[in-house]
Design a protein around this ligand. Structure first.
Ligand SMILES: O=C(O)c1ccc[n+]([C@@H]2O[C@H](COP(=O)([O-])O)[C@@H](O)[C@H]2O)c1
Ligand SMILES: Cc1cc2nc[nH]c2cc1C
Length: 349
């Protein structure tokens, strides 16, 4: 345990068991609502409430730039990070649309965007204007990674204080699939070739170059796989570090965390390596089309709720999965029991 990280208690197993027993009194064959029942039980354990509520959710999108974008590893220019932040502010991005559908409280946090941003509508918590180029030097110093973790913790704290009951964390950062693929290769020991993917759409020779850049950065930066903070600082990103902090702070406050796609899951794996007690607080929203996501999910023994071939980021897949959490919560609170509805139970004639 590191002083910069909050204490995370074990989930409330007694409460989870109460929820599980209650589910078996409801008017349905036992277990017939499948994974929705498991979801309800885990929400009870996370929140410590027999009838957990998950609304309103918070969506926090962390934005930052990556020095490695200079190597041509993305299909889009670095300027798109700031331009998309402006789009989040005016409400036109996919995450704005989906956040509105679920009644989420949306916050956009600049933890390291290189270009100018709108003065209003963004939480300015910038650690530095983008990381250094991980192909040439450490992306961040350790204290910068810790500062970005602290920014993420503050965002989760704001969401909790605002009364939000579930945290969805998204990211925006051109070239962040390069950073997260590099981190994942170190954290899992998997080959870069087996997990690198198109991100925003690189293919062919550009994808081969992205792979080669990651492979040589792993050798040159040589992070210690047993030291998640070292991996994060040398290869990661400011928004990835902020996600780590937000997950940890939410769990410390007994808020369920709905994890988004590839980058979000690499951040989740990093956070779990820093603090294994985090794992049961995480619910995985969807399986991204980015090939490395399967490796990250497997390393966390996670089975996501949706499989929609999304690969956007921003928290979009998690926001789309959120209604399943609401349904799990409503099922517990609103379904009639066999007794109340006068329905005969199994085996009784
Ligand atoms: O969430 C995902 O699974 C995901 C997969 C591929 C790309 N993205 C998004 O695309 C950007 C990174 O892609 P790239 O090609 O610039 O590394 C970044 O802004 C992410 O939000 C997100
Ligand atoms: C347009 C665009 C939107 C995004 N949202 C998250 N990552 C993104 C990357 C691009 C390029």
């Amino acid at each position: 345990m590191n002083d910069a990280l909050p204490f995370i208690a074990d989930v409330d197993t007694a409460c989870a068991e109460r929820a599980s027993r209650h589910l078996d009194t409801l008017t349905k064959p036992p277990g017939s609502l499948g994974r929705l029942e498991a979801l309800a039980v885990s929400l009870a354990g996370i929140t410590g409430e027999a009838f957990p509520r998950v609304s309103p959710p918070a969506v926090v999108v962390f934005a930052a730039d990556h020095g490695v974008a200079a190597e041509g590893v993305s299909a889009f220019p670095q300027a798109v990070t700031a331009q998309m932040v402006a789009n989040f502010v005016t409400g036109g991005a996919a995450i704005n649309v989906f956040a509105r559908r679920i009644g989420a409280h949306l916050e956009v946090v600049d933890v390291g965007v290189a270009n100018a941003l709108p003065a209003e509508g963004v939480v300015h918590d910038r650690v530095r204007p983008g990381t250094a180029n991980l192909a040439r030097e450490a992306a961040m110093q350790r204290d910068e990674a810790l500062a970005a973790i602290a920014a993420g913790r503050r965002a989760a704290e704001r969401a909790a204080v605002a009364g939000c009951r579930c945290l969805i964390v998204g990211e925006m950062g051109i070239a962040n699939t390069t950073a997260s693929s590099a981190m994942l290769a170190v954290l899992t020991g998997a080959s870069v070739a087996g997990l690198v993917g198109p991100g925003t759409g690189v293919a062919g020779a550009a994808l081969a170059r992205k792979q080669a850049i990651i492979e040589s950065a792993l050798v040159a930066r040589a992070p210690d796989p047993a030291e998640p903070l070292d991996v994060l600082a040398k290869l990661g990103g400011l928004e990835i570090a902020a996600m780590v902090g937000a997950y940890l702070e939410a769990a410390a406050r007994r808020m369920p965390v709905l994890v988004d796609g590839f980058i979000a899951t690499v951040a989740a794996l990093t956070a779990c390596r820093l603090e294994p007690a985090l794992r049961p607080y995480l619910i995985f929203g969807h399986r991204s089309h980015e090939p490395g996501h399967d490796h990250a999910l497997a390393a966390l023994d996670a089975e996501p709720l949706l499989d929609m071939s999304l690969r956007l980021g921003e928290g979009s897949g998690a926001a789309l999965a959120f209604p399943l959490l609401e349904a799990a919560s409503a099922m517990l609170a609103e379904m009639a029991t066999f007794d109340a509805a006068g329905v005969a139970t199994e085996g009784k004639t």
